[in-house]
Ligand binder design. Structure first.
Ligand code: P6P
Length: 337
């Protein structure tokens, strides 16, 4: 008899079947969340195809426009944003969407129950040099009743309220990894069949690791605690691996053990990564896989958001590695200099 809470699925199970067979695990098992996950998976297949052909159909390079943060938008940033928003609107299960590529909250279907926060294409400046990039998504249940316009309270929820989160990695193979709070499962895309298949059931991050991912080019502007952490990694002769693409670094660390750090720097005094559609989503995944995610002093998923594009310092990965970084942040100022 299979435990109700964890239906074991064999490797090779199609994503659609997996979502459907786990549907009763959702608190509001009415198929809406399943449909949302399918909408995201469908969009990722379209985006995957466009990424793979970018160089051939003049989709690589800059769009010449900027997003709300002043980041130079790549053509594929704009296209991926359109694809995900269109699919979520068509699917009808999202009441509101926040996206890195949109200045403000997008009201979608006031009768729907879910809020989606998404980074449609993270690391897109790497497209031109054929480096892996990713999509990151986070899903919340609205707080106000369906039928009313969504409010800021529906959107600015702490990460502990997420009902699902995950990412798509457009790499040597394309993978979709997600959680609904009952563990983490990874699916590999087979383009010849146009379907994702279960390839990494019940993913768990090693408790410790030998890889640290941080842009040491910013070393001089790190805080004393972050400098001490980098020194500690060097003393422990860990391997520095920094792809410059969050999803790629995170996914490797999830499989092999490691830590990814984007701290405050002179250029990014609050950090660079966004709480709502990057940090919270990956924090949910890593905690479900046995890891940790913090600002160095606060659990990411307990931060009460104040702005949809809020940035936070980000330490995420193997539990023991994040705890070592947190311990250095607890030491009195000056003691880690
Ligand atoms: P830096 C990509 O722009 C991104 O958001 C992450 O994917 C990546 O880890 C980071 O920024 C790279 O930033 O400042 O080190 O080039």
């Amino acid at each position: 008899m299979m435990e109700n809470s964890r239906i074991a699925m064999s490797i090779g199970t199609a994503l659609d079947r997996f979502i459907k067979s786990h549907q009763e695990q959702f608190k509001y098992a009415t198929g809406e969340l399943s449909q949302l996950l399918r909408d995201i998976a469908l969009s990722s297949k379209v985006v995957n195809r466009e990424i793979n052909r970018a160089g051939l159909i003049d989709l690589a390079g800059s769009s010449g426009s900027m997003n709300q943060a002043g980041d130079n938008q790549q053509k594929l940033d704009v296209l991926a944003n359109i694809r995900f928003i269109r699919a979520l609107k068509k699917g009808g299960e999202a009441c509101a969407i926040i996206s890195e590529e949109e200045d403000s909250i997008l009201e979608v279907n006031k009768d729907a129950n879910y809020v989606v926060a998404i980074d449609p294409l993270d690391g897109s400046s790497n497209i031109d040099v054929n480096v892996s990039i990713g999509t990151i998504f986070s899903i919340y249940r609205r707080i106000t009743p369906a039928g009313e316009p969504t409010t800021e309270a529906d959107v600015l929820q702490p990460g502990i309220n997420q009902v699902a989160a995950g990412y798509v990695l457009y790499g040597s193979s394309t993978m979709l990894v997600y959680t609904t709070g009952k563990g983490v499962n990874g699916f590999t895309y087979d383009p010849s069949l146009g379907e994702y298949f279960l390839s990494h059931p019940n993913m768990q991050i090693p408790e410790d690791g030998k890889i640290y991912s941080i842009n040491e080019g910013s070393y001089n502007s790190f805080t004393p605690a972050v400098k001490a952490f980098v020194e500690q990694c060097r003393e422990r002769q860990l391997s520095g691996r920094y792809i410059g693409s969050l999803v790629a670094d995170f996914h490797r660390n999830l499989l092999k053990g490691g830590i990814y750090v984007y701290p405050t720097t002179e250029k990014s005094p609050n950090g660079k990564l966004r709480l709502m559609y990057e940090c919270n989503a990956l924090a949910f995944v890593v905690e479900q896989a046995g890891g940790k995610a913090s600002t160095g002093s606060q659990r990411i998923m307990e931060i009460q958001p104040t702005d949809i594009h809020q940035k936070v310092p980000f330490f995420i990965g193997s539990k023991k590695m994040v705890e070592r970084a947190e311990a250095l942040h607890k030491q009195p100022a000056g003691s880690t200099a």
